[in-house]
Design a binder for this molecule. Structure first.
Ligand SMILES: Cc1cc2nc3c(=O)[nH]c(=O)nc-3n(C[C@H](O)[C@H](O)[C@H](O)COP(=O)(O)O)c2cc1C
Length: 336
């Protein structure tokens, strides 16, 4: 492997390549996480608002499909979740000896300190210098700089490649990964050039055979260009606040549901996860078993979609990224 890809963060994450699976609620479960880990990337499972029983099942499944001592992270979003559920999720992760937690949105300093005291490595995704400072003050081990061009919930206002060097400068010795609009080996090299020690990819891994996203969601990503994505606050049901998300346009973003009465808003538009109802404006994206008006759910996508042309196995996605990164580095080599 090219020396430029061998960053110091790899030792801390216990993986071979500087490629992290982004924590994606409902999408990044054990099957995808195991495929990424087995291909040399870093596994993160998106468990936002999931019940403890599911976390237990998915952690066991990941270990069974990889190895018992795998270094991986569980992703939670404290601000999006009832405190009692959050406490139960954290307790479960500690009981299961989950080695790392990847947190997002507002920095919960007490939670970071609690996890650190329990010996857990804490990775925090941030969208601004202010949040980076709070995460560093709380003692986080790794930062992920998320640009406004990222898919799913977006915390900040600045694009990945503008934010990244500022966060790297602030972070000092603390390693930083880049997230948002990255789905190619060339973009990986660009992130490394700006000081990142890894990239954290959402959309690129959503569009794989092992993701838990509905095939319609994956196909829409493959068909889209970067300019197609929109940032909106309409998908706010389940969250305490109307937080911005980046999605592909659909009937909801076009306003077709705006005139709905309260009674209509309480009619499910789809069902998933073994028949659970999904209501209009929900933050849930379509899972693999979803039925109903699937395209009217949140079709999360980052501006990285323009770099995603096919649905492949996640291991092949990792290999593709490494091959492209090495080819890019070879092309950039200075003349003798
Ligand atoms: C379908 C989807 C779901 C996401 N869910 C979460 C989540 O639960 N927790 C989180 O920290 N980030 C979440 N994100 C944001 C990712 O962590 C990451 O910042 C983003 O995917 C990067 O942009 P990209 O999609 O262009 O790679 C989600 C992103 C997508 C696409």
């Amino acid at each position: 492997m090219h020396a430029a890809l061998r960053t110091p963060l790899l030792d801390r994450l216990g993986c071979r390549y500087p490629i992290m699976l982004a924590g994606m609620g409902g999408v990044a479960r054990s099957r995808l996480a195991a495929a990424v880990a087995n291909a040399g990337g870093f596994a993160v499972m998106g468990m936002v608002r999931e019940p403890v029983a599911l976390i237990e099942r998915e952690v066991a499944a990941l270990r069974a499909a990889t190895r018992d001592d795998l270094h991986f992270a569980v992703n939670l979003i404290p601000a999006s979740c009832e405190q009692s559920l959050l406490r139960a999720q954290v307790d479960a992760c500690l009981r299961l000896r989950v080695p790392a937690m990847a947190l997002f949105w507002e920095v919960d300093g007490d939670l970071v300190r609690h996890l650190k005291a329990e010996g857990v490595q804490v990775i925090h995704q941030v969208g601004s210098c202010r949040d980076a400072e709070l995460a560093l003050d709380a003692g986080c081990d790794v930062l992920i700089a998320q640009g406004v061009d990222a898919g799913g919930h977006v915390r900040g206002e600045v694009s990945t490649f503008a934010l990244l060097p500022e966060i790297v400068a602030l972070a000092g010795e603390v390693p930083v990964a880049a997230s948002g609009a990255i789905a190619s080996g060339a973009a990986l090299v660009a992130a490394l050039a700006l000081g990142a020690q890894a990239v954290s990819l959402g959309s690129a891994f959503l569009a794989t055979e092992e993701s838990f996203a509905h095939p319609h969601h994956r196909q829409r990503l493959v068909a889209a260009r970067a300019e197609d994505t929109v940032r909106t606050t309409v998908f706010a049901r389940n969250w305490k606040i109307a937080a911005p998300v980046r999605v592909l346009p659909n009937a909801v973003t076009r306003g077709d549901y705006d005139g709905c009465s309260e009674a209509e808003k309480d009619q499910p538009i789809a069902w998933q996860d073994g028949g659970q109802p999904v209501y209009p404006f929900s933050t849930d994206s379509p899972a693999i078993d979803a039925t109903g008006r699937i395209d009217d759910m949140a079709i999360y996508a980052g501006e990285s979609v323009g770099q995603i042309h096919d649905i492949v196995h996640a291991g092949e996605r990792v290999a593709q990224l490494v091959r492209e990164a090495e080819a890019t580095l070879a092309r950039l080599r200075p003349a003798d």
